[in-house]
Design a protein around this ligand. Structure first.
Ligand SMILES: [Zn+2]
Length: 245
């Protein structure tokens, strides 16, 4: 076989010649593996949809999905990115400790929350929004430690829920800035509420998750709808479901 003289995979392809070489350092980043590229596209789509609905305005909110389990690799939106401008190059890859192992940029300070949910729930995708209704209701119901959503047909959009009579209890946790230090407390709340499909952070927003990006996106739409229905219903004088788990 003739010696390979190609310097890049593209050259080798043009020359129709098998070549084995390291990706040259001066040729930009390695192309993403197909799995990561497709997950990144899904995260971009979800982030942009959440922005369009007004649930993740400005740089708020973040979205993640598991790329590999052993060792854990999580694709997550980079910090400080306007979700209306989100692109595939704004998706980072972090390890189980939240250290960046792929992509450029800084991971969100809330990365430990995503990792805690993946650990505690076996989730494959996590969605987080700063919507108006999650912000308002998380304050209004903070004293009760959570918010019940009950009697709505839309509850059936949540995994394993088959009747509108389901009572969904969303725990409310206090806001923080050091989520590395709060991860243990968060996992405790998740363990105490094994049936919950999401939780609220006080005056901050909503977290939900799913077995894949599609399910996490569906849970996000369902819970945001229910929170808005609950909030508007309360404003309209509806008594609604109340305050105890
Ligand atoms: Zn947040």
């Amino acid at each position: 076989m003739a010696q390979c003289t190609a310097r890049t995979p593209a050259d080798a392809h043009v020359a129709r010649r098998p070549c084995f070489f390291a990706w040259p350092l001066d040729n930009g980043p390695m192309p993403q593996a197909p799995a990561l590229a497709s997950i990144a596209a899904g995260l971009v789509d979800l982030g942009r949809r959440a922005h369009a609905r007004g649930w993740a305005l400005g740089t708020s909110g973040n979205f993640s999905a598991v790329v590999a389990e052993e060792p854990l690799r999580l694709a997550i939106t980079a910090s400080g990115i306007d979700k209306g401008q989100l692109g595939a190059d704004h998706i980072l890859e972090v390890d189980a400790r939240g250290s960046v192992v792929g992509g450029a940029g800084r991971p969100s300070a809330e990365t430990p929350i995503h990792l805690a949910i993946v650990r505690a729930r076996g989730a494959r995708a996590v969605a987080h929004t700063h919507s108006l209704w999650s912000t308002l209701l998380s304050e209004a119901h903070a004293g009760a430690g959570g918010l019940a959503l009950e009697g709505y047909e839309m509850l059936k959009g949540l995994r394993a829920v088959t009747t509108h009579a389901h009572r969904e209890w969303l725990p409310i946790v206090e806001n923080a800035q050091d989520w590395v230090g709060e991860a243990g407390q968060l996992e405790k709340v998740l363990a105490e509420n094994p049936a919950a499909h999401g939780f609220l952070i006080r005056r901050h927003g909503l977290y939900t998750w799913g077995r894949d990006l599609e399910e996490a996106g569906r849970h996000l739409e369902v819970l945001e709808f229910l929170l808005e229905a609950r909030g508007r219903g309360g404003a309209a004088g509806e008594s609604g479901a109340g305050g105890q788990p």
